[in-house]
Design a protein around this ligand. Sequence first.
Ligand code: ATP
Ligand code: MG
Length: 177
Amino acid sequence: MIDLSLHILDVASNAFKAQASLVKITIKENSTTIQIWIEDNGCGMSQEVLSQVTNPFYTSRTTRKVGLGLPLFKQTCEQTGGFLEITSQINQGTMVHALMYKNHIDAIPMGNLAESLFVLIMNPYNCDVAFEMNFEDPNKTPFVLDTREIKEVLDGVALTENAVSIWLKEYIEKELL
Ligand SMILES: Nc1ncnc2c1ncn2[C@@H]1O[C@H](COP(=O)(O)OP(=O)(O)OP(=O)(O)O)[C@@H](O)[C@H]1O
Ligand SMILES: [Mg+2]
């Protein structure tokens, strides 16, 4: 994968297929590591699926034979000396925890995180997104965005309404700069 923002988009999108109503994305950066947690309340995975899920030859999809999202993210983490851990409970949900060493020569950049977040919150599955970014600079206030709170303020106006989505896109870009 070219950058972490695409891994986040890819792995968080698994929550939609798992019929989650909420996906939480938390990012924590310090001087040496980036950690990413992606948690959903979707259908979860059996122990059998879970044990095979980071194997590129396993997928529940029928259009092609290999699932690549999780194996590739795992590889991105491990090539820096980090790890990817998945925990899951049937009918409860799934949690993916990734840790990368960002100064490692094989570390990949974050990329356009604002774009990935925007695409995720505009998902057509009515799945809420709770996002939290904790910056490397401890003096910088974490950026928190929760579509449940935004929807409450919007009081029935859709996120996809032009004026709303344009405002959201600019707001996210400004905050994640
Ligand atoms: N959050 C999740 N909830 C439930 N099942 C999941 C979740 N994430 C992954 N899975 C299961 O693990 C399989 C592999 O996931 P992965 O993202 O690696 O590949 P994929 O989604 O099948 O294909 P791709 O991501 O390449 O389009 C999925 O097909 C699904 O069965
Ligand atoms: Mg996938």
